[in-house]
Design a protein around this ligand. Structure first.
Ligand code: NAD
Ligand code: DAU
Length: 342
């Protein structure tokens, strides 16, 4: 198998490449990444000289490059995206360009090359909008209507609809995954868990949005990677699969758990203005993954999984300090050139 992974220098993509290599050591993997602010080759620095791994610096919006890469690939797993909700509220432009136009570019390259190549589109539970907090039994299923609320989730929903349309119209072998909030190593410290953990290690307070009662369904990134691999190998063409951790936590519960793990007090919480349009609750029903693909989360249970992740950030201070200070970015811009967004 020659697998083309897009966005492999980001948080989930880099964990996925390691996960797949451990699970399928005979596979060859090409990582296409534009190295935007969140793409960090350092996440995979130890793989540089591995014969099974190739890094290509470039964009999913570059059709000429895609036409060169596509014939060498047997399948594509598409992670590349603008991924942060707060940034999409500040400026939705890059989200439209990467998440919608970039996905269209990939689909067209696939269509021109070989429609029988499997294309896994990694999407998000946020395309379903939000759930109420007073009805804990209601969860997102694959039948929940698409109703995104943020510019980020609207751009992901747009790409999901394009993927479904290319399957319907051109018979492309596509599958879509919709996962909840990931946590684990190498997450860019703008997302809540690495932001809070690294702030606390630096002696800074943690900015909790609004009343802190918003709920997310937290999944360990390795559970997500395992599920994406299962969908790549066994998912049915044209289908969407929900992936979740069965692990709902309010932001206040999450914050208290991080404070406790690091031995810090509640005085380190700084209540700040809410995110605009802040979705109240996400919760995933992933019974389709269990019934059809025999997958369920096994690494996401708290408090152990959270404690392990907190420990990773305490043990990898150089990594996040360099990310926070922009040092890696400077280094890789010199090495690869500054052709990136943000
Ligand atoms: P991330 O921001 O950490 O990584 C995104 C990667 O994509 C970076 O390496 C970046 O350089 C690359 N990229 C951006 N634009 C590109 C382009 N034009 N061409 C090539 N590469 C480009 O994001 P993440 O958290 O790892 O998320 C990966 C995917 O998973 C995204 O599609 C996201 O929507 C989805 N997702 C994320 C979560 C989560 O909790 N983080 C949950 C569900 C789904
Ligand atoms: O649900 C899947 C989605 O999860 C992915 O599609 C996105 O790519 C990913 O970024 C994530 O989106 P969220 O907006 O849920 O993640 P974030 O880490 O930004 O925020 C998690 C919760 O924490 C959310 O309710 C907002 C809150 N928060 C976040 C930050 C950054 C705070 O209270 N303070 C903060 O400083």
């Amino acid at each position: 198998m020659n697998l083309l992974v897009t966005g492999g220098c980001g948080f989930i993509g880099s964990n996925f490449i390691r996960f797949v290599h451990n699970a399928r050591p005979q596979w060859k993997i090409t990582n296409l990444d534009a190295l935007t602010y969140s793409g960090n080759p350092e996440n995979l620095a130890d793989l540089d000289s591995q014969p099974w791994y190739t890094f290509t610096h470039g964009s999913i919006n570059d059709r000429t490059l895609l036409d060169k890469l596509m014939p060498q690939a047997d399948a594509v797993v598409h992670f590349a995206a603008e991924s942060h909700v707060d940034r999409s509220i500040l400026d939705s432009g890059p989200f439209i360009q990467t998440n919608i136009v970039g996905t269209q570019c990939l689909l067209d390259a696939l269509r021109a090359n070989d429609i029988n190549k499997r294309f896994v589109h990694v999407s998000t539970d946020e395309v379903y909008g939000e759930l109420p907090i007073d009805k804990p039994d209601v969860k997102f299923t694959e039948q929940t209507p698409i109703a995104p609320n943020s510019p980020y989730s609207a751009s992901k929903a747009g790409s999901d609809l394009l993927v479904a349309a290319y399957h319907h119209t051109f018979s492309l072998d596509t599958v879509i995954t919709r996962c909840s909030n990931n946590f684990g190593p190498y997450q860019f410290p703008e997302k809540v868990i690495p932001l809070f953990v690294t702030n606390l290690i630096e002696g800074k307070k943690v900015p909790l949005y609004g009343d802190g009662q918003n709920i997310r369904d937290w999944i360990h990134v390795d559970d997500h990677c395992e599920a994406v691999l299962a969908v790549l190998e066994k998912g049915k063409p044209g289908q969407a699969y929900n992936i979740g951790g069965n692990n709902e936590q309010s932001n206040l519960q999450l914050t208290r758990a991080i404070l406790e793990t690091l031995g810090k007090g509640k005085d380190m919480i700084q209540h700040v203005e809410d995110r605009l349009g802040h979705d109240r609750r996400y919760a995933i029903d992933c019974s389709k993954m269990k019934q059809e693909l025999n997958w369920q989360p096994t690494r996401s249970a708290w408090p152990q999984a959270l404690e392990k992740t907190v420990q990773w950030y305490t043990e990898n201070e150089t990594w996040w300090r360099n990310v926070k200070s922009g040092q890696y970015r400077q280094y890789y811009q010199q090495q690869y050139g500054n052709r990136t967004t943000n």
